[in-house]
Ligand binder design. Structure first.
Ligand code: FAS
Ligand code: PHB
Length: 389
């Protein structure tokens, strides 16, 4: 087989790139390790920045998002029983969209299938060959048969555990990592959200987040130990702990119910540089990971796709490689700012096992400064709604 762009990974990054390229007449093939149902079964991000929303529009997949998503003008930050709002709209004249990554991915799959897009599921043993030559090709097996795709470029959209990043030689790659000493236990429940906006809660017992997917589907998280397993937590234990970490007036009105999904995500900050090696481009979680506190994971994947898409369109239009040659530098410039913000939000709101009394005082002072200082709130809001592409 031959294609112009071979895309490894059928998550939001790979599907969005394939859909955008298709609308410009650029051919791609998506190789996905799992089944579509498995990919759609992952419960992940919930907040879309303005830039991601615009990309969904440009990809022609925004109709259901426009119909079913929530627009949020701001968020609540609480510590103990104290709470205050950050009004993104007033501070930045920008809002965020609440629409689950699962729905984004579902819409993209539907669009690719409608357009006759080529997606190969259940692929195994994917190998990216000749990425540092002018004739790269990808080999893989499906149903026990070895296959080969010759292509102009390879987009590594295969997430943190994929093969793309590993294809870049160790003497070329530089990796930066910070692993946090806790995880997030998340549940999904068919209950009405506790508040019309998100509540990011800091408490002496640890962090909690009250989020949502729609008016009767809520997403809650509590900071948990890395040694915890989802089965260690009954629903009742989760709800009781969540109530201890959010303001009393929210805890009193919290509607609880059975969890329909329960999982633990580890938290890490991770970046690999460069994000290009020859004709291989890394996008999204294949190149970088953020702790989900700042809701930047999916949204930094989006800006990567924006840069790569425009670089490929420019190349196929007139052979100009300027966009491709500047991809890694441009993507990393925005990624590092998102890494900083995600690390800052995580440091601000979580309890760290080795925290000293002084560290706690600094955390409380940082929250008090954010509560009282306009410039601090503008800075937080500008990062949360998304820095420019
Ligand atoms: P993805 O990991 O989503 O997709 C990669 C795809 O590649 C997968 O479908 C995988 O099956 C496939 N693949 C892997 N190896 C392959 C191979 N060798 N061959 C072919 N295919 C292969 N972000 C937030 O903003 N908020 C959150 O709350 C949040 N929670 C998260 C929880 C978890 C457990 C994880 C892992 C991430 C979370 N994220 C969150 C971040 C998440 O939303 C990512 O940023 C987003 O999925 C990035 O999308 P992709 O880059 O497409 O990577
Ligand atoms: C979510 O709804 O899953 C969500 C929202 C905001 C975050 C992280 C996760 O910062």
């Amino acid at each position: 087989m031959k294609t112009q762009v071979c895309i490894i990974g059928g998550g939001p990054s790979g599907l969005l790139l394939s859909q955008l390229l298709d609308r410009k007449g650029i051919d791609s093939i998506v190789l996905e390790r799992k089944t579509k149902d498995y990919v759609l079964g992952r419960i992940r991000a919930g907040i879309l920045e303005h830039g991601m929303v615009e990309l969904m529009r440009e990809a022609g997949v925004s109709e259901r998002m426009d119909r079913e998503s929530f627009i949020h003008d701001g968020t609540v930050i609480s510590y103990g029983d104290e709470q205050f709002g950050i009004n993104f709209k007033e501070l930045t004249d920008t809002t965020v969209v609440v629409y689950g990554q699962t729905e984004v991915t579902r819409d993209l799959y539907e669009a690719r299938e409608k357009a006759g897009g080529k997606i190969v599921f259940n692929v195994e043993s994917v190998v990216i060959n000749g990425a540092d030559t002018d004739a790269p090709f990808v080999t893989y097996t499906v149903d026990g048969e070895q296959q080969r795709i010759d292509c102009d470029y390879v987009a590594g959209c295969d997430g943190f555990h994929g093969v793309s990043r590993q294809t870049i030689p160790l003497d070329v790659r530089r990796e930066y990592e910070k692993v946090y000493p806790f995880g997030w236990l998340g549940i999904l429940s068919e209950t009405p959200p506790v508040h019309e906006e998100l509540i990011y809660a800091s408490s002496e017992r640890g962090f909690a987040l009250c989020s949502m997917r729609n008016e009767n589907l809520s997403r809650y998280y509590i900071q948990c130990s890395l040694s915890d397993k989802p089965e260690d937590w009954t629903d009742e234990a989760f709800w009781q702990e969540l109530k201890r970490r959010i303001p009393k007036e929210a805890a009193d009105r919290l509607v609880t119910g059975p969890s329909i999904e329960k999982s633990i995500a580890p938290l890490r900050s991770f970046v690999t540089e460069p994000m290009r090696w020859g004709r291989l481009f890394l996008c999204g979680d294949a190149a970088h990971i953020v702790p989900p506190t700042g809701a930047k994971g999916l949204n930094t994947a989006a800006s990567d796709i924006h840069y790569l898409y425009h670089g490929l369109v420019q190349f196929y239009a007139d052979g100009n490689t300027e966009g491709l040659d500047t991809y890694s530098g441009k993507a990393l410039a925005r990624i590092w700012k998102a890494e900083r913000f995600s690390w800052w939000m995580t440091s601000l709101l979580h309890r760290f096992p080795d925290q000293s009394e002084f560290d706690l005082k600094m955390q409380q002072a940082e929250i008090a400064f954010l509560r009282s200082n306009h410039a601090a709130q503008v800075a937080m809001a500008e990062n949360y709604v998304g820095l420019p592409y």
